[in-house]
Unconditional design. Sequence first.
Length: 388
Amino acid sequence: MTRETKDIVIVGGGPVGMVLSLLLAKQNIGSTVLEARKQGAANQDTRALALSFGTRRILEKLGVWHDLEPNATAINTIHVSQKGSIGRSLLKAANYQQEALGYVLSYGALCSVLNAQIPNLSIIHLIDEAQAESITHNAAHAAVRYQRHGELHDMQSALVVLADGGRSLEEVAGLKRDTKEYGHDALITKVSAELPHHNIAYERFTPNGPMALLPNGERDFSLVWTGEKSRIAPLLELSDAEFLAQFHAEFGDRVGRFLSVEKRMTFPLKLSQLQATDTPHLVVVGNAAQTMHPVAGQGFNVGLRDADELARHIAKVHGDLGSSEMLAEYRASRNTDTRHGLLFTDFLVNIFSNDILGVSALRSAGIGMFDLVKPVKRFLVSKMSFGK
């Protein structure tokens, strides 16, 4: 077994972990990144990510946005509606002095560009195919035990950042999670439409659950269709033609007929957050720290804001790196953004995922009123774009 000592160890080489490492490198701060997969394995992942305008700002700070932009589809308008109702609301980037409200980009395209930065930065040490088995911490340091190519390694660090998407939280000492299971699944896929999307994203609320249709390419959309497991699971068994017909019946005619659909996948939905715990020399970011329903596209962007804010705290630390005081200040700085994101997405699911008598009419009126109340719309755009 080998033993090493490093100042900062990031467990998880996905976008959140990589962005944190690159933000630190911009300030001449080195880090070691442990990634369970082989380097580059995620570069072909076609899953869609919804990036906020604030996330674009972070990527611009890293100097990588110009490489990402050719593969990103801008969202200039968000169209919000409810099935069976004439109420609708529009959010337009031009009304808020933004170039776009957000962007749609594949996970693989983002990983490719981020990974391409590593060979140019000697202060980032990426160890791929490194499966973390345990993380321990005490008042002096944290330690990670990981396995690579059949060998065990121990790495001691002043600060361990867990950014692995929550896959190993149950094995990490001292961490507890509050979880709310929705009993819902999300179906994700890509569909092509008869009419061009004109850079409009659609948020469609139905009695069975919300669906989001995000522009992704010339005429294509990325679809996130959520609902009770008993309703979503059978959609995987339908033929392409049957699926498109059923989806069209729920969504409507705004983009004409749907012409084709790619591979469909589902995953369970939950809301979860770590309990506040004093864990010196260990901090958790991204989906490992909080998991949100995808209804408002907040989860990934909240995770990147975690990385951005943590990099600021690391750069300005005057005392011990990873001390309880430093990490308490970081968690306090992220509390409002994270808490509001969790509450907002949970509110949308609870209000828009049921068909209780009388609630539908109230929702319809609410959507219509929302379109008229400009301060509320401005607040929502600020929240979605920057977490403020």
